[in-house]
Design a binder for this molecule. Structure first.
Ligand SMILES: *Cc1c(COP(=O)(O)O)cnc(C)c1O
Length: 389
């Protein structure tokens, strides 16, 4: 879409302007919510680029162009949710095809691969991808997709995108990076060699916990065609109001990510020094797994962190989870407000218990989505609740 950007503009300029121009009919500076299902044709087949809103909608097109620009991609394809975007990519597999994915990934991605696509003969292997030998060992002649998430959820492990996308390319395998945790403001997987990048725009891109959506960005024309065919044929499309909200979110993405990251660094350091806290998982801590790779492939370390309580009993975790004033106990992440989550019983409960424990998701593990509030208030909130256990 024509807009003010010139290809040399920085991220903040792209975030505000890419994919958008004042509305040609009214001059409205903000992209309108085109709440329509169909578009007038002057004679059969003669129209202004839109025929039916399942296929395209101008508010969605603006969002797709904006997100593609932020990821440095030629194409952005929006979906009604992050899992719908994931579903569309996996639907391009065929029975007998094999997927290699991280063992510490978004619970819904695991459920989709294992429980929805497994019965159709698409097999998935889940491994710790922070060790690259695990990946080479898991690859088979039938492997078609390498599903990377970094930082991982909820243990914030770091996977080397350059190394793994190189490995995938060498074996003729499509590499996908779920970039939901880092966002393009901090990490740009296509530039690092990945073929596809996926987001749950529900999280940092929307940024205000008021919309559900997903996107795939790619510069591969063939993948763009396959995914657009699925948008048209399977129809998991976001509504125009949802696209408008996501587009409003992207305008401040770079500013929010700075604050999320600086708050999270301060909280990680505070928790790391606390006697009632065991291990802190945050890629910004110098001693954490993958810190050096993270420093190379991310411009900041993001707003997500997890920690273990020294006291391993479930009841102690429950006390912490229900005793905060500012942190809200809830699923999801990436909004302006701080959230707290218990992976073992909430976001990752759909992973079988033995696999969950093997992956390190213990009962005493707590995940924080650090918001953009004043950091001293957030630390005081954690201090008062840790005093009670
Ligand atoms: C939330 C999330 C998803 C799924 O997205 P929805 O918008 O909830 O469907 C996928 N990956 C990651 C990392 C997520 O956090």
């Amino acid at each position: 879409m024509k807009d003010k950007t010139n290809g040399k503009d920085g991220f903040g300029t792209l975030a505000v302007h890419a994919g958008q121009q004042p509305d040609p009919t009214t001059g409205a500076v903000m992209t309108p919510i085109y709440q329509t299902s169909t578009y007038a044709q002057s004679s059969p087949g003669v129209h202004k680029g839109h025929e039916y809103a399942r296929v395209t909608n101008p508010t969605r097109t603006a969002l797709e162009c904006n997100l593609a620009a932020l990821e440095g991609a030629a194409h952005g394809i929006c979906f009604s949710s992050g899992v719908a975007a994931t579903d569309a990519i996996i639907r391009c597999m065929r029975p007998g095809d094999h997927i290699v994915a991280s063992n510490d990934l978004y619970g819904g991605t695991h459920r989709l691969m294992r429980q929805v696509f497994g019965p159709f003969g698409i097999e998935s292997t889940f491994i710790d991808m922070s060790v690259s030998e695990n990946v080479s060992r898991a690859l088979r002649p039938s492997t078609k997709l390498l599903w990377i998430e970094t930082p991982t959820n909820p243990l914030l492990r770091i996977v080397d995108i350059v190394l793994l996308s190189d490995m995938a390319r060498g074996a003729g395998i499509t590499s996908v990076v779920d970039n939901t945790f880092a966002t393009p403001a901090l990490q740009q997987p296509l530039e690092l060699g990945a073929d596809l990048v996926l987001h749950s725009t529900t999280k940092y891109i929307g940024g205000h916990s008021d919309v559900v959506g997903g996107v795939v960005c790619t510069s591969d024309d063939e993948w763009n065609e396959k995914l657009r065919f699925l948008v048209k044929s399977a129809g998991a499309v976001p509504g125009p109001m949802d696209c408008f909200l996501s587009l409003r979110g992207t305008k401040t993405l770079h500013l929010r990510m700075e604050r999320h990251s600086s708050n999270a660094v301060a909280i990680a350091e505070y928790l790391d020094a606390h006697p009632k806290v065991g291990r802190v998982y945050y890629p910004g801590l110098a001693a954490s797994q993958g810190h050096e790779i993270a420093a190379r492939q991310m411009s900041r370390f993001g707003g997500m962190l997890s920690f273990l309580l020294v006291d391993e009993r479930l009841e102690t975790a429950m006390k912490v989870l229900s005793g905060t004033r500012i942190f809200t106990l809830a699923e999801s992440l990436g909004g302006v407000e701080s959230l707290m989550n218990h992976p073992a019983t909430m976001t990752h409960a759909s992973i079988p218990e033995d696999e969950r424990r093997a992956a390190g998701l213990h009962d005493s593990l707590i995940r924080l989505s650090v918001g953009i509030e004043d950091v001293q208030d957030l630390i005081a909130d954690l201090e008062q609740v840790l005093d009670t256990v």
